[in-house]
Design a protein around this ligand. Structure first.
Ligand SMILES: Nc1ncnc2c1ncn2[C@@H]1O[C@H](COP(=O)(O)OP(=O)(O)OP(=O)(O)O)[C@@H](O)[C@H]1O
Ligand SMILES: [Mg+2]
Length: 481
């Protein structure tokens, strides 16, 4: 036996979108229940699994049906432009219609019809439409478990990857049917009312041994060439930022993984957290990592974070703010006119009691010369922008007028920006504007006794699943699970 599911040989279904939900595909030799109400597309998906196996992966398949004649299936599936007869001629497919007890009988025999057939076409995939009939046939007092169990074992014996189709309504309201335990996976197709406007078709993977899955309900559609699944949480990719751009590590391995390596250089990300969530570790890990790698960092100080507190926190992460100050790699914007140690005096831009125009001018004039100088040296810049402070000191209008513009300029100059914000507090209108104007959003929040983190927008186009933020004793003090 293999130790991990990852070591299994994977069978790609070839059905658009489905393999993505299955982390590549189905472990070879497993038996999957494909259930759904009448008309949800079980037959279509089953045939498509065999067809794509033959067309894309050179794997032959057998479709066993108890209810429909092959003629009916040829006809129904020709609507998708599938010529199943041709595949049969090429020995890549067999569609057979027989009685369930005949099937069982032939399967149990050494060198029976079934075994011969498998050898004849070197069969790798099987679909049985449907196992519901075993229950009816078995009669009262028996739920067909013996028959289903035997067939499952035969699939395993020949290392066949199988779909057992099942009517969904049939098992509803009863105790968990026995085959849910013996089969390795369950895929459910549903069709129901949505918002009283239209009917939505969704697919959900309820179980899949040996592979991780993308949880949740995913829409699927009948296209002119078959079923196409649209994995939830996927959006249009931002090509420029997802291809060939350097990734800046966040210092938290599990977060880097979610971000496909880190924050893309030149991107603007939001770190959205509510007041209960501890965003400090996340933020400081990212900032410390920048300093340790020799980047220049511009800090926007808030009422709560002074140069002093930043120095202390960054030290926890092994970064020395003083050292960076000596190298003139750190700058601070302060709205509260606080005194700082001598080492930092020339690096703080005091912007209290300035109008918005004066503020912009002062920051620009203070930073620009350093920026030019360091860019020539090939240094990277990182800006920590505290939007809560900007909103309370400069107003919402200021953000709306300037934010998109500033982010575009940063992006063009390869400057990476991380904005700290609290979307719930700043209101829907401003927050949706900010979300649109940025390339990515990392959300962290507390619910009950857990803190969660989710990438809700990213240039790669992916949203992540929500992860739990777990505290650990050593640096970087947090990890995602
Ligand atoms: N191009 C299409 N566009 C929309 N719906 C389609 C298209 N092609 C087929 N369908 C729908 O798919 C359904 C048939 O799918 P299929 O036979 O695979 O379902 P099934 O789950 O096997 O149903 P049953 O339980 O009756 O065997 C039909 O109800 C039909 O309305
Ligand atoms: Mg059917």
């Amino acid at each position: 036996m293999q130790e991990t599911g990852l070591m299994h040989d994977i069978v790609h279904t070839g059905v658009p979108g489905l393999d993505e939900l299955l982390n590549g595909g189905i472990p070879r030799g497993t038996t999957i229940i494909l259930e759904g109400n009448p008309g949800t597309g079980k037959t279509t998906l089953g045939i498509q699994f065999l067809l794509e196996g033959a067309r894309q992966y050179g794997e032959s398949g057998i479709y066993i049906t108890f209810e429909e004649l092959p003629e009916q299936i040829y006809r129904d599936m020709s609507g998708f432009g599938w010529d199943l007869r041709e595949l049969e001629r090429q020995n890549k497919l067999r569609i057979i219609c027989l009685e369930p007890d005949v099937l069982l009988d032939q399967m149990m025999r050494t060198d029976g019809l079934f075994e011969q057939l498998i050898r004849e076409i070197d069969c790798k995939r099987v679909v049985i439409d449907s196992i519901s009939l075993f229950r009816t046939l078995a009669g009262l007092g028996n739920d067909g478990r013996e028959q289903i169990y035997s067939i499952r074992n035969i699939m395993r014996k020949f290392d066949l990857t199988a779909f057992f189709l099942r009517e969904y309504g049939e098992t509803e309201g009863r105790s968990t049917p026995f085959e849910n335990y013996v089969c390795d996976g369950i895929i459910r197709l549903s069709l129901r009312e949505h918002l009283e406007k239209y009917r939505k078709r969704t697919v959900e993977i309820l179980k899949m041994r040996g592979t991780c899955i993308v949880e949740g309900e995913h829409h699927y559609r009948f296209m002119k060439d078959g079923i196409c699944i649209l994995p939830a949480l996927s959006m249009v990719e931002d090509k420029i930022l997802s291809d060939g751009v350097e990734r800046l590590s966040t210092g938290i391995e599990s977060l880097d993984e979610l971000l496909l390596g880190g924050l893309p250089q030149g991107s603007a990300f939001m770190l959205d957290s509510n007041s209960k969530a501890n965003y400090k570790y996340l933020m400081n890990s990212i900032l410390a990592e920048r300093l340790k790698r020799g980047d220049c960092v511009l800090f926007m100080l808030s009422g709560l974070s002074s140069v002093e507190t930043i120095e202390q926190t960054l030290e926890l992460f092994g970064a020395s703010l003083k050292e960076a100050a000596a190298e003139e790699r750190v700058f601070f914007i302060d709205h509260y006119h606080r005194k700082v140690e001598r080492e930092y005096e020339n690096l703080v831009i005091h912007v209290d009691r300035l109008s918005n125009e004066e503020y912009q001018k002062k920051v620009y004039e203070a930073i620009n010369p350093h920026f030019r100088e360091t860019m020539v040296q090939g240094k990277r810049w990182f800006i920590h922008y505290d939007l809560n402070t900007i909103i309370s000191e400069r107003g919402r209008e200021f953000i709306k007028r300037n934010f998109a513009d500033e982010m575009a300029r940063c992006r063009a100059a390869g400057i990476t920006v991380l904005c700290q914000t609290n979307f719930t507090e700043i209101g829907l209108e401003t927050s949706s504007f900010l979300e649109r104007a940025s390339n990515g959003v990392i959300r962290t929040w507390v619910d009950g006794s857990y803190q969660y983190l989710q990438i809700t927008k990213s240039p790669g186009g992916r949203m992540s699943a929500p992860h739990i933020v777990d505290n650990i004793r050593d640096r970087p003090y947090v990890r995602l699970i």
